[in-house]
Design a protein around this ligand. Structure first.
Ligand code: DAH
Length: 339
């Protein structure tokens, strides 16, 4: 047995040294070190030999295993080094590299992130809905009757199947209430679409942020406090908010929010629409849900919505809204961080 092991060891080392490439070497490794390789099989035979002989045979086997492994690994390294050398031979490190173009976030995305971060601190969660929606979510459920001008074909993009490109992100008010019980606090950044002539201040696709807070005992005070807190966080502590009575079908009472901030301009700027959720909206949600979870006698809420494109324009000093959608790298590269 001992002579056999010594003989086998010699043969195994010779097999390594005569292996001419990496794949032959891998076969040699398998032949000896694999699960049913020779070294393992010989180790198994230990049980069959006489007790006195076992320590000597064991030692020999260990010696074989370690010398084989050592020589094998040395040879493997040689092949690896050769392969590397071959690779480097064809590589000219003095050639200039290809510079990777480091992308940056779009100015609108930067603003959305800031707005979302502010509302998260107030406990609002982000919600979303489809850009293609039904007239029911976009209008009927939001108390906007069939003869309302917003529903006109001149104002809204309709698909041949009767669906439409949502004209505002208020659709997600309905979708969120349909899915979850009150209390609810959500913000919805997203695209909206209208048949506007594209010019320096209008795009047919624009970006809005909808805010909805619903629960027991939500008041107009909560709406004003939230809006003021938000605009001061976004535009600076000296920002003033003015609530001007207005009309929206889905809120009652409704207001427009004007902002005056030294950061932007000395003039009042009309920035958002808002109001207390109209009971008719809750009833539409209840009807769709098939329950009375949003009982207008018990539940109240505020909503507001504003366009982000104009805000980006004001914050960055862009005077043409089209710059936001043209993907001109010269323009986009100006915004590599916050503005
Ligand atoms: N959806 C309105 C628009 O696109 C904006 C708006 C006004 C949203 C009043 C609201 C709101 O949630 O309460 O013009």
């Amino acid at each position: 047995m001992q002579a056999l092991i010594e003989q086998q060891e010699k043969e195994s080392l010779a097999a390594i040294s005569s292996a001419s490439n990496d794949s032959v070497l891998r076969e040699v490794r398998l032949l000896y070190l694999g699960k049913s390789g020779l070294i393992s099989r010989m180790s198994e035979q230990m049980r069959a030999i006489a007790k006195e002989e076992r320590p000597i045979v064991g030692k020999l086997l260990n010696h074989w295993r370690s010398s084989f492994t050592q020589v094998l690994e040395a040879k493997e390294k040689i092949f690896r080094d050769q392969a590397d050398a071959l690779l480097f031979e064809s590589l000219d490190p003095t050639l200039p590299g290809t510079t990777r173009c480091q992308g940056s976030l779009h100015p609108l995305t930067l603003l959305i992130d800031r707005v979302v971060a502010i509302y998260r601190r107030l406990g609002f969660a982000m919600a979303e809905g489809p850009d293609i929606d039904s007239p029911w979510y976009c209008f009927d459920a939001l108390n906007t009757p069939a003869d309302h001008p917003a529903r006109n074909e001149q104002d809204t993009f309709y698909l041949p199947d009767g669906r439409l490109l949502r004209t505002h992100t208020s659709t997600v008010q309905i979708r969120a209430m349909e899915q979850a019980l009150p209390p609810l606090r959500i913000i919805v950044p997203g695209s909206a679409y209208r048949r506007d002539e594209v010019d320096a201040t209008h795009l047919s696709q624009f970006t809005q942020m909808e805010v909805l807070c619903v629960g027991e005992g939500i008041t107009l005070g909560d709406l004003k406090g939230t809006a003021e807190f938000f605009f001061r966080e976004l535009l600076g502590v000296n920002t003033e908010c003015r609530f001007r009575p207005h009309f929206f079908p889905f809120t009652e009472p409704s207001f427009e929010i004007d902002i005056r901030s030294s950061h932007l301009s000395k003039k009042w700027l009309e920035l958002a629409g808002c109001g207390m959720v109209d009971p008719a909206v809750f009833e539409a949600v209840n009807q769709k849900r098939g329950d009375h979870a949003y009982d207008p006698e018990k539940i109240s809420g505020f909503a507001f919505g504003f366009g982000l494109d104009r805000l980006v324009m004001m914050l960055t000093g862009i005077d043409d809204i089209r710059m936001l959608s043209e993907n001109d790298l010269r323009f986009l590269k100006r915004f590599t961080g916050e503005y």
